[in-house]
Ligand binder design. Structure first.
Ligand SMILES: O=C[C@H](O)COP(=O)(O)O
Length: 318
């Protein structure tokens, strides 16, 4: 299988021939952003779909077992029960797709979810997140530790130095080692697109990550100056499409970083639907990495149900 081969001459040739037409990418991104937004019940349906695709994230220096617990509770009941009941959606098991935390907080998240009888996946960033500038040995050990503590999804960051200096075979080798360290855990590979310089590098890094066995490719850590943008997403999802057409492998996409509004979440879903089709509109192949998006989605759903926006105390868990 192509995903597990060595970085072959064929792969190298594929990567080295890549050229991206910047103007075409920008035009396509503008088209998608310009689409008319769905209203009323259609908008509510899109927003609930977005909720089910969120990796509800906390990645802060002051994370503690208690705020991780709170995050987990919110992930298991992302929208207030009475709001869901008004939409007749209270018995549909709506949760976020996963929670996402630092490796040191994985055990806390696993414990909280277990206590709540939830089998929601715990994702952990790893490999020297966000910069990836620690020794390979340390980055691999971090992945192993997170998996041992119960993470079933690992969000690795790529080595930008290798990408920026065109060492694609070296990047492939590193990601392959992370893939092995992940064992059965799903691996999402963060490209940190804001630091890759060009769309061509983004496309090449996307291809190499998929060739090395990534289950998802993810835009950003949320810590770069530029994070998830629509043009960069067009480049990445086109790489996913090309990879699928050539190999038959379906790789997921996760935009992350700076996604804060309900309206943006609908644009992201539209982009997936138009570029990759309905199959990519589910948490197996699409995630939204976000720490504060859910609050705005719940607010908009509150407005849809009641006709007014909530006061702060009416959505305290948001
Ligand atoms: O992977 C997820 C990102 O770190 C979240 O970024 P955000 O805090 O800007 O939503």
């Amino acid at each position: 299988c192509l995903a597990y081969c060595r970085f072959s001459m064929e792969n190298l040739e594929w990567v080295s021939k890549v050229r991206v037409n910047t103007q075409a990418v920008l035009k396509r991104a503008q088209q998608i952003q310009g689409r008319k937004v769905a209203k009323k019940q259609w908008q509510a349906a899109w927003l609930l779909k977005a909720v089910t695709c969120i990796d509800l994230t906390t990645l802060a220096g002051d994370d503690t077992p208690s705020n991780v617990h709170r995050l987990c509770m919110k992930a298991t009941q992302p929208i207030r029960h009475d709001l869901l009941k008004s939409m007749d959606m209270h018995d549909k098991g709506i949760t976020t797709a996963a929670v996402c935390v630092y490796p040191s907080r994985v055990a806390d998240a696993v414990k909280s979810l277990k206590a709540a009888n939830s089998c929601l996946p715990v994702a952990s960033v790893a490999t020297g997140f966000p910069a990836g500038q620690t020794p390979l040995k340390t980055r691999l050990a971090e992945v192993q530790m997170a998996v041992e503590d119960g993470a079933t999804e690992i969000d690795i960051v790529i080595n930008r130095t290798l990408a920026l200096t065109g060492q694609w075979a070296g990047l492939y080798d590193e990601i392959r080692q992370f893939r092995e360290a992940c064992a059965d855990a799903h691996m999402k590979t963060i490209l940190a697109v804001g630091e890759l310089g060009t769309f061509t590098n983004v496309y090449k890094a996307s291809l190499v990550s998929m060739m090395a066995g990534s289950d998802f490719i993810k835009t950003s850590t949320g810590k770069e100056t530029v994070n998830a943008t629509y043009p960069v997403a067009i480049v990445m999802v086109r790489a996913i499409r090309d990879y699928f057409l050539r190999t038959g492998y379906k790789v997921g996409f996760k935009p992350a970083g700076g996604i804060r509004t309900a309206q943006e979440s609908v644009v992201w879903l539209t982009l997936m639907k138009e570029e990759l089709g309905d199959e990519w509109l589910n948490p197996h192949l699409f995630r939204l990495g976000a720490s504060s998006l859910l609050a705005d989605i719940e607010r908009q759903i509150y407005h849809y149900v009641t006709g007014r926006y909530p006061a702060y105390h009416e959505l305290p868990m948001a």
